[in-house]
Design a binder for this molecule. Sequence first.
Ligand SMILES: *[C@@H]1O[C@H](CO)[C@@H](O)[C@H](O)[C@H]1NC(C)=O
Ligand SMILES: *[C@@H]1O[C@H](CO)[C@@H](O)[C@H](O)[C@H]1NC(C)=O
Ligand SMILES: *[C@@H]1O[C@H](CO)[C@@H](O)[C@H](O)[C@H]1NC(C)=O
Ligand SMILES: *[C@@H]1O[C@H](CO)[C@@H](O)[C@H](O)[C@H]1NC(C)=O
Ligand SMILES: *[C@@H]1O[C@H](CO)[C@@H](O)[C@H](O)[C@H]1NC(C)=O
Ligand SMILES: *[C@@H]1O[C@H](CO)[C@@H](O)[C@H](O)[C@H]1NC(C)=O
Length: 499
Amino acid sequence: MHTSSLFIILGLLHCLYLTQAYISCSSKDFCPDDSKCCPFYTTEGILAYGCLPSNPHIKGPGSCCIEETLTESTTGCAGNFKCSLQNETKVCTLSTETETIVMMPRYQLFPIPDSKSIGNIYGFPIEYRERYDGRGPVAAYYSNKGPILTYTLPEYTHTEIQAVVIVVHGSGRNADEYLYSMNNVANLQKEFKPENILVIAPNFLAVEDGVYSVPVVMDDNTTIQSSPMKWNETDPIPHTWRYGANALDSFDEYSSYQVMDAIIEAMIEKYEKGNDGFRHLERIICAGHSAGGQFIQRWALTSNSYIWNDDKHSGRIHVHTNRISSIKKLRKIQMKRKLPDIIAVVANPRSYAYLDSRRWRNSTYFGEPTMKQKQNCKTYDSWEWGLANGGILTCPYKDETISMFHGNISKIAERYSKRNVIYFSGINDTEILHGSCEDDGFQGRFRRKRSLFFYESLNKLFGRYVHSRVEIENVGHDHSLIFEDPKAISALFQASSSN
Ligand SMILES: *[C@@H]1O[C@H](CO)[C@@H](O)[C@H](O)[C@H]1NC(C)=O
Ligand SMILES: *[C@@H]1O[C@H](CO)[C@@H](O)[C@H](O)[C@H]1NC(C)=O
Ligand SMILES: *[C@@H]1O[C@H](CO)[C@@H](O)[C@H](O)[C@H]1NC(C)=O
Ligand SMILES: *[C@@H]1O[C@H](CO)[C@@H](O)[C@H](O)[C@H]1NC(C)=O
Ligand SMILES: *[C@@H]1O[C@H](CO)[C@@H](O)[C@H](O)[C@H]1NC(C)=O
Ligand SMILES: *[C@@H]1O[C@H](CO)[C@@H](O)[C@H](O)[C@H]1NC(C)=O
């Protein structure tokens, strides 16, 4: 590697052993591991760096594009693609053997947001937040503005948060990289001032990640070091956090989906209380790509949190009993004040949780699978692929939702249809997948097809199109390029409220 990796090991005092490596571009500029520092001069003439992500799906080193003029950001190309211009538009191109030119968009690379962002992992106490004493469950996260609970302190409140983007990483668990690319998106959109967007990237850690302690920074800036929640990364299937499995060891009563609920509830509490910094919160965008896309779809289907502001039939609140009274109080306030919009964004997942037992048998026929198909894959409609009984993937969070609706799945489906969900699909995400029978035999051969099939299944189920779906041209399985696409950006930031 041409850059040195920096291992951050803080002293025993802080008990923090972070084995994740970061690239240092300069003494003060960091990039996420596996990315590449792209230097450029800002309009103020200052040497700055963008971070070119590595794309595991495209072979080759990647290249930083040279900017001819002073700019606020730089660009880069994946793999062996070259920086080039097509009709005055900055693109990446690759000439193939047959002389056809393949085109891809450029990565948009802004300077690293804040010294407290890349390279600083924090802990979020998902229970007992007001009186956290170091013992409750703590979820690891990155943020573009440092610790998220202190944001109401006077030091920060010169900016008012209007949008929160919570982005869930894929199977690589590279939350810092997702934080960086979503921060680029925050800089590209024109709906809000970029500094009014708070980006949070939860990290669903595995034991292999070696993160033993993270600083939990509370509302008043008191800090307690704590051991973060981790998930079984391999059993019974890879990335168990993606289907809402409970965490390991002492946090085994807590689902990965409660992490999402808790972070959003905390943001909404600040908004409800009229706290400086959050008074003007308008929307909370919850986006995930790949395994993170799976996470978001299943969470948006099963979450019972009050954040969704569903109709009465949506039922009770998914929090520990000791918090219900405070939430009830909040609900009263909600009557007076509109809650921020919650938008769930599901990008390029490998599979979906279907809403009934039908599947597409081919591109025209949607119905019950054949007896033979069912016999060959008995769990095709069990969790995480559907809401039917059976299967081996345990998810008490989902079970609670099913029992809340007395087992009536169509009521859960109906509630889901009314939530604001957007599906993003890369036109070039066409790799033929070989995984489990539930995916390969019932959901389509590749991710773009799976996206289309699932979206069309909603039309069959409800007799009309619900939610929305955006296809992104010239992009494959790449979270940065998906979210940085102009069509994606307008879907994320300009979508009007559907409720
Ligand atoms: C470039 O622009 C011209 C004129 O607007 C158009 O006809 C042509 O199709 C464009 N080429 C590409 C590759 O987009
Ligand atoms: C919060 O604590 C950190 C570390 O102890 C300190 O550097 C920072 O200045 C504090 N911020 C505020 C607003 O008190
Ligand atoms: C994951 O689960 C498997 C099967 O139960 C178990 O053998 C393994 O130890 C677990 N891994 C961790 C890190 O707990
Ligand atoms: C799709 O499947 C249905 C039901 O098995 C069958 O009747 C139909 O002919 C198939 N269509 C195509 C195009 O294969
Ligand atoms: C389930 O809910 C749907 C929609 O509300 C309703 O039409 C149906 O009768 C319910 N089914 C059962 C078995 O209660
Ligand atoms: C994406 O797919 C289109 C249509 O199949 C193809 O023309 C284009 O070359 C592909 N782009 C890349 C970057 O693979």
